[in-house]
Structure formats: structure tokens, C-alpha cells
Design a protein around this ligand. Structure first.
Ligand SMILES: [Zn+2]
Ligand SMILES: [Zn+2]
Length: 279
């Protein structure tokens, strides 16, 4: 993994063929020192953005992009720091002439995302019968993948492969991913584990490291105990080989106070607006 800090505006959505991750934001839901945790993946001419939080459209503008420039989307779950900007994106695509962007989404989550979040501001804009989710989006269906540690589905965007797996995120009292509300993380090209949002779930990390040769783990973190993300002190108990490939993301504004402890534990904090290249 190589970190590349220099690039020209507007942010390029293509490269010379390297798998590359770029944090449009790496902060928690309420962070003010970073944008929310939304990830762009670029590989050759292919790109996909994972999540579109409340502040993602502003973050994209800062990078020299319009929200309509992102042509492929995956959504991990319905918290506002992951979907709060999505309605703006889909309305802009329809009414600015950019045409439908593609979203990879399973049917069950499509119903949740539309009926419980997006429908209110989108359905009745044109006809009294109403518009549907598929009037705004080109839909790509992930294919269910069997034999994995938990429910998972596979989808490709050109050379980018995402294995979307269920996570144990919310409500707080859920015992496992099975009784959690819909949320997913992703294994990217069988090389990178991106947890999305999850509670502390060491079995998840071990199971996917046993299956694949995982080079880096991008993991959400929080700096206090309780709630629906892993507490830093719990992540510090992971085996050293796991910690040494762990990059912490989705962090709050108190990150500076924990920086040296994170480094001493062999981990690092994700950096916003840099490319993480995987040659
Ligand atoms: Zn979140
Ligand atoms: Zn969340």
C-alpha cells in the first residue's frame, strides 16, 4: 500500500491501472474536522463511490467534481452520514441532464432505501402516479455469494470487484449481524477489507483474513465505549499482524488525543483526500 498525496484538480476518476482508494471523507457522522466517511475507488477507467453522506456533495465540489460526475454508487446503510447527500445526487442526475447513474443494490435494501428515505422528496415531482426508484437509477444487482462467513453478494464495476457482506452495526443491542438492520462492508478485489460501519466484530476480521490474502483493513473506530462502532481500546486488543494492516476511519474530532496510542499499537489513521494505491 502506497499513499499518494499529490493529484491535480479536478480529482481524476481514472488512473494508469492501479487499484486505488480515496477518502472523500474519513470522519464520523458528526465530525467537523473531516467530511463523513465516504470512499471513492478508482481502477484504470473504472470508479465507484461507496456512500454519499450529508456533506458528500460539498466534499466532491471541493475536489473539483460535480456530484453528477460520479457514475457508480454503492450504499452501505441508511444512516445520514452515508445517504444524506444521495437524494441531491439523484435529483441532479435527473434534472441536470446527466442521466441515470448506476447503483448496485440488493432488492431488499432497495425497498428500504426508497420507501423509508428517498421517496418523500422524489416520488411526486412529475406525475400524479409518481416516479419509482428505477426512474432515477440504473440498477445493477449484486449476485448472492455462497460459502462465506455471512450473507454476502458480489458485484463488479469493470475491474473493481466488491464482495458486500453484512455487518453488525445497529441497533446497539443487536447480538450479531443476523439481528442487525441492513448494513454492509466490502472486500475489494479480494485484497482490501473495508468494514463500513460495524460494532467490534473480531470474528469478521479473522474469517475474511482466513479466506483471502487481505493486505489492508480499513476499519471504523470511535474513541469512547458503547454505541454502534468499535471502541479504540477493543481494536487495540486485536492480534498484532491484524493491527499492522489496520487503517482507522470514520473517526471523530478527538483523533489527535489518540494519535500516539494508535501508532504505538501498530495502526494508523486514514487520511482524507489522499490516494491509497495497491499496485
Ligand atoms: Zn457512519
Ligand atoms: Zn452507521
Amino acid at each position: 500500500m502506497r499513499i499518494r498525496t499529490k493529484w491535480n484538480q479536478p480529482l481524476p476518476l481514472f488512473n494508469d491501472g492501479v487499484l486505488s482508494l480515496f477518502f472523500v471523507g474519513c470522519g464520523s457522522a458528526f465530525a467537523t474536522s473531516h467530511y463523513q466517511n465516504n470512499l471513492l475507488i478508482v481502477h484504470g477507467d473504472d470508479h465507484v463511490m461507496i456512500d454519499c453522506g450529508t456533506r458528500a456533495p460539498v466534499a466532491l465540489r471541493e475536489l473539483g467534481l460535480k456530484p453528477t460526475d460520479i457514475r457508480n454508487w454503492v450504499i452501505t446503510h441508511s444512516h445520514a452520514d452515508h445517504i444524506g447527500g444521495l437524494e441531491e445526487v439523484m435529483l441532479m442526475n435527473r434534472y441536470s441532464g446527466s442521466g441515470k447513474a448506476t447503483i448496485a443494490i440488493e432488492p431488499a435494501y432497495q425497498r428500504i432505501l426508497w420507501n423509508r428515505s428517498l421517496r418523500g422528496g422524489a416520488e411526486m415531482n412529475e406525475t400524479s402516479e409518481g416516479l419509482r426508484f428505477e426512474d432515477f437509477w440504473e440498477i445493477k444487482r449484486p449476485r448472492r455469494a455462497a460459502g462465506l462467513p455471512r450473507n454476502a453478494a458480489l458485484v463488479h464495476f469493470g475491474r473493481i470487484e466488491l464482495l458486500l457482506f453484512r455487518t453488525h452495526h445497529f441497533p446497539e443491542h443487536a447480538q450479531s449481524w443476523r439481528d442487525s438492520f441492513y448494513s454492509v462492508g466490502a472486500v475489494i478485489n479480494q485484497r482490501i477489507l473495508f468494514t463500513g460501519d460495524t460494532q467490534f466484530d473480531p470474528h469478521l476480521l479473522q474469517a475474511f483474513q482466513d479466506l483471502y490474502d487481505i493486505e489492508a483493513i480499513f476499519h471504523d473506530v470511535q474513541f469512547f465505549r458503547g454505541g454502534i462502532h468499535p471502541y479504540l481500546d477493543d481494536l487495540m486488543q486485536l492480534p498484532l499482524p491484524t493491527r499492522e494492516k489496520t487503517v482507522l476511519m470514520h473517526y471523530g474530532d478527538a483523533w489527535k488525543q489518540s494519535q500516539s496510542r494508535i501508532r504505538d499499537a501498530g495502526m494508523q489513521l486514514a487520511r482524507q483526500h489522499c490516494f491509497y494505491d495497491f499496485p
